[in-house]
Design a protein around this ligand. Sequence first.
Ligand SMILES: [Zn+2]
Length: 172
Amino acid sequence: MLKRDFELNFKKLAQEEHQFSYHLDTEFFLENGTNLVDGGEVNVLLTVDKANTQLDLLFKIDGELFVTCDNCLSHLIYPIKGESRVYVKFAEKSDFTDDEILYVHFDEYKLDLQEMLYDFALLQLPMRKLCADSSNRETCEESTTNRMNENTSNTEVHPELEKLKRLIKKDK
Ligand SMILES: [Zn+2]
């Protein structure tokens, strides 16, 4: 998908419900992120409910992310599925954001969804990603498991992901 395909031009939308679909591929994840995932194939169905002074964005996420097992470092194809919701409110000031509300200035007419799509896809990952929950492996690689267990630091949560989880409360 081209960069402009991820722009939501909300000004021209009628005040009703609209649906958009996005496909996030490995190129998308590598372009937008750090090294939290190696790629993926994720479909997102976005429902936009437009009202006078706000937009209600519901992201339905379904697909697979390519990650590394936190236990044995095997490459995993990890199924993800879930929803995230954001309210966009139009206001005079747009330089602040609280947990679930994004404030956008009255003069704005579009939103770049790339960061939200990236963040919400990654938010569907559990704290610990293990072979047993992947779709390409059943159990951990034993030889590396023993080695990794001696190293306690691998149980730490990635600080950036932790920050994300705090910033955006997952909609269940
Ligand atoms: Zn493993």
